[in-house]
Design a protein around this ligand. Sequence first.
Ligand SMILES: Nc1nc2c(ncn2[C@@H]2O[C@H](COP(=O)(O)OP(=O)(O)OP(=O)(O)O)[C@@H](O)[C@H]2O)c(=O)[nH]1
Ligand SMILES: [Mg+2]
Length: 336
Amino acid sequence: MNYISRCFLLLSVFFAFNIFAVTGGATSGPQASNPSSEREYWLFVGNPGVGKSTIINALAGKTVAKAGLSAGHGLTTDFTIYEDFLNNRVYCDTPGLADTKMRDRAAKQIEEGLKQNAKYKIFFVIQLNEARVRAEDVATFNTVMNAINLPHKPFSIIVNKLDFDEKELFAQDQLSKAEVFDALNSGVNKTQSVWFIDKSNKLKKKKIPFLELDENLYTFFKTREAIQINKEKVGEVKADELDKITKAFEDQMEQMRTTLEADKAKQAEIIKNLEKASEDMRKTFTEERIKAAEDRARAAEEMARTTAAISAAAAAGSRGPEIHTHHHDAPLCSIQ
Ligand SMILES: Nc1nc2c(ncn2[C@@H]2O[C@H](COP(=O)(O)OP(=O)(O)OP(=O)(O)O)[C@@H](O)[C@H]2O)c(=O)[nH]1
Ligand SMILES: [Mg+2]
């Protein structure tokens, strides 16, 4: 290959994948990991607006990926990679599949993103809708994971921008959180590696230029299992199947929700019965205690009365029989 065609190839790779370098990234915030470790591709996939670019910026420790609101379709319309030389990793920002206009192109880009013959950590970024998993998100990650032909293919889910109400609900009702886990795992591809990120109010008010990556979240990213994916193990990301899968998930989730509601109702009934039984027991116990206390009081009263009688008798006994004494100078009987 001559010099010109090599330059042309490099340029076309650049334009196809939008390569940016993150040179000084992740130094000020999280601790830099060992640069001599094997280079890893951290692939972020998610539907428009879920916060992929924001997370990448947080990992990079500066704004590298364009993040913001955009009407209609996703802001990230190209598969973009960010080289983090310091940590020997590459962040891949990929558009989601829910955007119908961009779907085929996005699918091709995700496919290309997976065909880098590299070590991967795969992260699907999702957002809940009123504390519920969106079918299109589950469909997206299943469609993407289905394209990887490996027996073991770990992946993680980041539930991003959790709002106050959702947080409250999960804190109070464990079943709601279980419902999210069940919904996420209702497809063929399952994972227990799920992380919840709260919505940042500071970011909303533009008080900070990018999301601050907290230490626990960074640990989560770092400790995920990386897998080698070779090009030939990656099949087609079948974007055209997305609607079908979405519909199937919607039905399944609806059924799951009905079952869960029934379970909740059953649980509520059981709790009500238990509360009633416990209330009855408490009542019986209280009544018994009152009765026992009354009995004790009565017995004590009885005892007190007996003791008083005995004491009175004893007192009388110590004084001897009541004998009237008479003075000798007085006649016993007077003889008239
Ligand atoms: N308040 C708040 N806003 C956030 C948070 N994360 C992301 N956002 C905002 O959500 C919007 C979308 O975030 P992006 O990071 O651009 O989302 P994306 O997934 O990259 O979106 P596309 O590139 O369009 O697919 C931006 O306005 C962000 O500022 C967060 O934790 N809190
Ligand atoms: Mg983006």
